[in-house]
Design a protein around this ligand. Structure first.
Ligand code: NAG
Ligand code: NAG
Ligand code: NAG
Ligand code: NAG
Ligand code: NAG
Ligand code: NAG
Length: 383
């Protein structure tokens, strides 16, 4: 009895410590069409509240592999919802992100029947339609605001090849397991990081198909961009030139091959040797050690130069690109001030209400979102 009480107290203290330590997730983007709204105190709202608390409470379960989908209510007022956490985040980070999202999404989309919110760590969405059926699942894609400056064609190619390769790996995980894979590749003196993920319930061919569809969108959003994200309900892909996932945790979450030196056109040498023998061959060691050593030396040599260049050049030169992009491509859809805002924390929200920018995506400052013209206009409104 006493030890039970004691452990309860200890557990409470532990969870209190976790709560106080927990950080807000890193917001990326949200969307909600202003064409489908519910009235306050309606059945839909009641169902939505039920759904959100169900998502929130189920996020504490440990055996869900970061994914849960559920619906609430009956037909005209039925609400479908899901969350998906990034494959490498811990259960507690996942839980924290989902809990935060269930509150945050209502602040940003107070009366939207359909809403989605994305953070680095997790995604949460709900709708009056079952977004798992293909006809209601239109992808959202957005890109890092910066362009690669060296060999953009080669970069695009490297991104596509690496993402395709890891798609096969992610999709091959048994049904119910995390379908998630990350891979690094060397790009000049930088490291390209790629990630693909499907919801754990997808079959291998469906996951591969979904990811292939996502990769095929890269041309529309992310040509020559330093980073990009494409999100369907059941799968998503992302790449960046910085570490946007925890590589250590990712390696623990799903077994992955060691980082390899990649450069298209693919060097067949190391791959064939690896497949040829059961053990670790000398050829493999050479194939790995030499590029790594050379990369390290080059990295070391290039490091200070890059640092200096990044400090002096990056923002000055590339902000001009961004300004061009916003005025030419995004002027109608974007709240310019929210993109240029120095923080990610919606200090420009008031402008939304009064300005001509009624229908916008609120996007974290690092990203630019690309709307297809036939897509309905959407908004993320703050009360
Ligand atoms: C909704 O219900 C709450 C409490 O039941 C009430 O205070 C509020 O006035 C209602 N709002 C509308 C718009 O009916
Ligand atoms: C998960 O959600 C369902 C409703 O969909 C609810 O009945 C159940 O209690 C939740 N599980 C947990 C662990 O909270
Ligand atoms: C989750 O989605 C799948 C696929 O559409 C569906 O079969 C299942 O019923 C959903 N689960 C809930 C609880 O809605
Ligand atoms: C990455 O994951 C590892 C293992 O799960 C953890 O120990 C480490 O603190 C994480 N790093 C960051 C920066 O979150
Ligand atoms: C991708 O996989 C193919 C075949 O599995 C291999 O030949 C190629 O080298 C790989 N490329 C990259 C960039 O991983
Ligand atoms: C949705 O937003 C657009 C663009 O601001 C606006 O013209 C339209 O009236 C809004 N629709 C509704 C139903 O509020």
């Amino acid at each position: 009895m006493d030890s039970l009480k004691l452990s309860t107290i200890l557990l409470s203290l532990l969870s209190l410590a976790t709560i106080t330590q927990a950080q807000d997730p890193n917001y990326l983007v949200c969307s909600c069409p202003n064409t489908t709204t519910f009235t306050r105190n309606s059945t839909y709202q009641a169902n939505l509240n039920l759904l959100l608390s169900s998502l929130s409470s189920n996020s504490t379960r440990n055996n869900i592999n970061g994914f849960y989908n559920v619906s609430a209510g009956k037909d005209p007022d039925e609400v479908y919802g899901m969350f998906l956490c990034r494959g490498d985040v811990s259960n507690s980070v996942c839980r924290n992100c989902v809990n935060f999202a269930t509150k945050d999404i209502l602040k940003k989309c107070p009366i939207g029947k359909v809403a989605t919110i994305w953070y680095d760590e997790c995604e949460l969405r709900y709708s009056n339609r079952n977004f798992f059926s293909a006809e209601y699942d239109s992808p959202v894609f957005f890109s890092n605001r910066y362009y690669v400056t060296v060999e953009p064609e080669r970069f695009n190619q490297l991104v596509a090849i690496t993402l395709s390769n890891i798609s096969t790996r992610a999709a091959s995980a048994p049904s119910g397991d995390k379908k998630f894979a990350v891979q690094q590749a060397n790009y000049n003196l930088q490291i390209l990081r790629t990630l693909v993920q499907c919801t754990p319930d997808l079959s291998t061919p469906d996951c591969r198909r979904c990811l292939a569809g996502a990769i095929s969108k890269l041309g529309s959003c992310c040509d020559g961009k330093q980073g990009g994200i494409v999100i369907f309900a059941r799968c998503n892909i992302r790449y960046e030139l910085y570490e946007f996932y925890n590589a250590t945790a990712a390696a623990e979450a799903v077994p992955a091959p060691p980082p390899v030196s990649l450069s298209p056109p693919p060097a067949s040498g190391s791959e064939t040797r690896r497949k040829g023998k059961g053990g670790v061959s000398t050829g493999l060691i050479i194939a790995i050690v030499i590029p790594v050593a050379v990369s390290l030396v080059l990295f070391y040599l290039g490091f200070c130069f890059l640092c200096r260049r990044a400090k002096s050049n990056k923002y000055f030169a590339q902000d001009n690109d961004v300004a061009n992009e916003i005025t030419t491509v995004e002027s109608l859809q974007f709240d310019l001030s929210s993109i240029e805002d120095a923080t990610n924390h919606f200090s420009a929200d008031n402008k939304l209400g009064e300005g001509g920018f009624g229908a916008v995506y609120k996007v974290s400052k690092r990203f630019v979102r690309h709307l297809k013209s036939e897509e309905p206009r959407r908004s993320c409104i703050k009360i």
